[in-house]
Design a protein around this ligand. Structure first.
Ligand SMILES: [Zn+2]
Length: 266
């Protein structure tokens, strides 16, 4: 059987927004990262566990060190509990961790109380915090995102450089500095049109917002993902190519199952 190499980001799913998730126009599974053999999973949306095992080569959840949940929305959190059970072997592996906003364990918890004792640590995110996940991975949550749930983006310091995820948010200028010095910048770009519709509570980045952020941050690679239907209709690979040509940064449109090789950063 083919073995996974080390040092990669694998996009198990690239769906954003209800329409795309509900119809599974793209998979809504999470993002798997391997840094020097340490595995972490980000935002296990619907279908994550199934995708881990249907991937070729398959990804074994019991090899995860940590699961990071950025906010409680259903397209990010549905498989959270089953992934905690799989990661910890229902509590037999006692050194695993989860990092998530407080809102995910209060009111109507998306992290059930029965799986919490399985974890070595359940750490709560706030803006401006740092979490040492392993010897090789330091996570910071630089800023609170402007979204309809308590949401934080992620900045990982790794031996390959800084890998950042700008998770769901409406645009605000604070994003520019918060994600500066990123070598790889991954952006959830739900909307193609340049309309934010804040009054309607639609708080997501548009393509124009993403371009502005990428131009400011100037990462070595920018990766667009978490597409709504307007982005999918616009053909993300063409959109990414056009943006690369316009601003001189390598912009990649993620596809379901795409593996980004981190060794190309060296
Ligand atoms: Zn969301």
């Amino acid at each position: 059987m083919a073995q996974n190499k080390t040092n990669f980001i694998k996009f198990l799913g690239t769906a954003g927004a209800r329409y795309v998730v509900a119809r599974q126009l793209r998979s809504s599974a999470g993002t798997w990262m391997n840094i020097k053999d340490d595995n972490i999973l980000i935002d296990p949306g619907p279908g994550t566990l199934v995708k881990c095992f249907s991937s070729r080569p398959k990804l074994d959840p019991s090899q995860l060190k940590a699961i990071i949940l950025t906010h409680r929305h259903i397209d990010h959190s549905t498989d959270m509990n089953v992934m905690i059970e799989a990661m910890t072997d229902s509590g037999h592996s006692k050194d695993r961790i989860v990092i998530a906003p407080e809102e995910t364990i209060t009111d109507e918890p998306v992290i059930f109380s029965h799986v919490r004792p399985y974890l070595a640590r359940l750490e709560l995110m706030k803006a401006g915090m740092e979490f040492k996940i392993t010897q090789n991975i330091l996570l910071s949550t630089p800023v609170s995102h402007y979204h309809t749930a308590e949401t934080y983006g992620l900045k990982f310091k790794t031996p390959h450089g800084v890998i950042s995820f700008i998770i769901d948010t409406a645009y605000f200028d604070g994003l520019l500095d918060a994600y500066s010095n990123s070598d790889v910048l991954i952006l959830n770009v739900v909307r193609f049109e340049n309309k934010t519709d804040r009054e309607k509570g639609i708080l997501h980045l548009t393509l124009a917002d993403a371009e502005k952020i990428i131009q400011h941050v100037k990462p070595k690679f920018a990766i667009l993902t978490h597409f709504g239907v307007t982005m999918i209709r616009a053909k993300p690979w063409e959109v990414a190519k056009k943006m690369s040509d316009a601003i001189g940064v390598t912009v990649i449109a993620a596809t379901d199952g795409m593996t980004f090789d981190l060794s190309q950063l060296q």
